[in-house]
Design a protein around this ligand. Structure first.
Ligand SMILES: [Ca+2]
Ligand SMILES: [Ca+2]
Ligand SMILES: [Ca+2]
Ligand SMILES: [Ca+2]
Length: 345
C-alpha cells in the first residue's frame, strides 16, 4: 500500500467519528424540522398540511409577498455545528419542494423584474415577457426580538401593527443579506421599487415554461452561491446548526394590477402532510461540502504535500473547488488563502 494512503487512513481513524475531517460530505435532509405558512391570516400556520405562496400586489397595508413558505432544517446531525464559519466549504446546496394543487399556475423559469408588476398605466411599467411568475428562494431575516435560534413554526406571526395584514411587521421575512450578515427584507420589493436577487429559481424538467403545473410536480431550487452574502449566510447557518429558507412567489392572489382571482398560485406540501410523508413530497435539503481546513484539499484529514499538489492541479485547470476564498473567481487571493490555511493547520 502507498505510504501516503496509509497515512491518510491512519489520520481518518484517529478522528472519533471515523470520518476524514476534510472529505466531501453530502448531507441530505428528507424533511424539514420546521415549516410554516408565513402569512398573517391563518390560525394554525405552523401545523397546516400545505402552504401557499402568493403576492398581494401593491396593496397598501399588505406585504407584496403576502404569503411566504418558510422551511427550516436542523443540520447538526449530519454537519458538525459550532465550528468557525471558514471551516465550512460549501460546494452545492439544493432545496426541493412539491406542489400539491393541480394546474393552478403557469411555470416561469426566470425572474420577472418589479417593473412587470406595476400598473400598465405607470410610466415605469414593463410588460412581462413570459407567462407566469417565478418561484423564488431567499434567506430568512428577523425582527421584533425574534432570531434564527428562537423562531419556531408555531410562534407569533409578527409585531406592531399586530392586526393583520401588518405590512412590514412579520417576525420572519424573506431576505437577502450582505456579506456581514445584515438582512434586507424583500417582502415589499414592488412598493419599494427594487429588484432583489433570488438565491434560486424553482425549476422542473417535467413542465414546459408557460404551461400549467400539475399536482405533485417537484421543483428544485439550486442555490447560487455566488450571489453576494449567500455563502456567508449558509456558513453561519451551518455553524448554528439550522438552515432557514423562504420560498416566495408573486402570483397575484387578489387585487392589484394583475387582478388575481381564486387560486392561481402554488400550494406546497408541508412536513405535516400525511400524503407527503408517505410519498416523499416534503421539502428536502441537500448540502455538498467539506468541513475542516481549507488546505486539506484532498480531504484525507491531514495536511501534506499531496494537498498542495491537488490544489495546484485544481487551480491550473480552473476547477471551482480551488476557489478557496469563495469569491467565485480564481486568482492570487485563492493561493494566498490556501497558503494561509495550510500554515494555520
Ligand atoms: Ca409545519
Ligand atoms: Ca413571467
Ligand atoms: Ca490532506
Ligand atoms: Ca476566489
Amino acid at each position: 500500500m502507498h505510504a501516503g494512503m496509509i497515512r491518510a487512513i491512519a489520520a481518518c481513524l484517529m478522528l472519533p467519528s471515523g470520518v476524514c475531517s476534510g472529505q466531501i460530505i453530502t448531507a441530505a435532509f428528507a424533511s424539514p424540522d420546521a415549516d410554516r405558512w408565513n402569512y398573517p391570516f391563518n390560525a394554525t400556520p405552523g401545523t397546516r398540511e400545505s402552504s401557499p405562496s402568493f403576492g398581494a400586489i401593491l396593496i397598501d397595508g399588505f406585504d407584496d409577498r403576502d404569503s411566504q413558505f418558510l422551511v427550516g432544517f436542523d443540520t447538526d446531525g449530519q454537519v458538525t455545528s459550532g465550528l468557525a464559519t471558514d471551516r465550512y466549504h460549501i460546494e452545492r446546496v439544493t432545496l426541493t419542494a412539491v406542489v400539491s394543487n393541480d394546474d393552478a399556475f403557469a411555470y416561469d423559469d426566470s425572474y420577472d423584474a418589479f417593473a412587470t408588476y406595476l400598473d400598465p398605466l405607470d410610466a415605469g411599467y414593463v410588460a412581462d415577457a413570459d407567462a407566469g411568475r417565478a418561484l423564488e428562494l431567499f434567506g430568512v431575516g428577523f425582527r421584533n426580538g425574534v432570531d434564527s435560534t428562537t423562531w419556531t413554526e408555531t410562534g407569533a406571526f409578527g409585531g406592531v401593527p399586530a392586526v393583520a395584514p401588518a405590512q412590514g411587521a412579520r417576525n420572519a421575512f424573506a431576505a437577502e443579506f450582505d456579506t456581514l450578515g445584515v438582512a434586507a427584507d424583500v417582502s415589499n420589493n414592488l412598493k419599494d421599487a427594487f429588484d432583489p436577487t433570488p438565491w434560486a429559481i424553482g425549476t422542473t424538467s417535467a413542465v414546459a415554461p408557460g404551461s400549467l403545473v400539475p399536482v405533485d410536480t417537484e421543483f428544485t431550487f439550486d442555490i447560487d452561491l455566488c450571489v453576494p452574502g449567500v455563502r456567508e449566510y449558509l456558513r453561519r447557518s451551518l455553524a448554528e446548526g439550522r438552515v432557514l429558507l423562504t420560498i416566495t412567489s408573486l402570483q397575484a392572489a387578489a387585487g392589484g394590477p394583475d387582478g388575481g382571482q381564486g387560486v392561481n398560485y402554488p400550494v406546497w406540501y408541508t412536513r405535516e402532510n400525511a400524503i407527503a410523508q408517505i410519498l416523499g413530497f416534503e421539502p428536502t435539503l441537500t448540502i455538498e461540502l467539506r468541513v475542516g481546513s481549507a488546505a486539506d484539499f484532498d480531504g484525507n484529514g491531514s495536511l501534506n504535500i499531496d494537498d498542495i499538489d491537488a490544489f495546484v492541479a485544481a487551480f491550473l485547470t480552473s476547477d471551482p473547488r480551488a476557489d478557496i476564498d469563495g469569491s467565485c473567481t480564481l486568482n492570487i487571493d485563492d493561493i494566498d488563502a490556501f497558503v494561509t490555511a495550510f500554515l494555520a493547520g
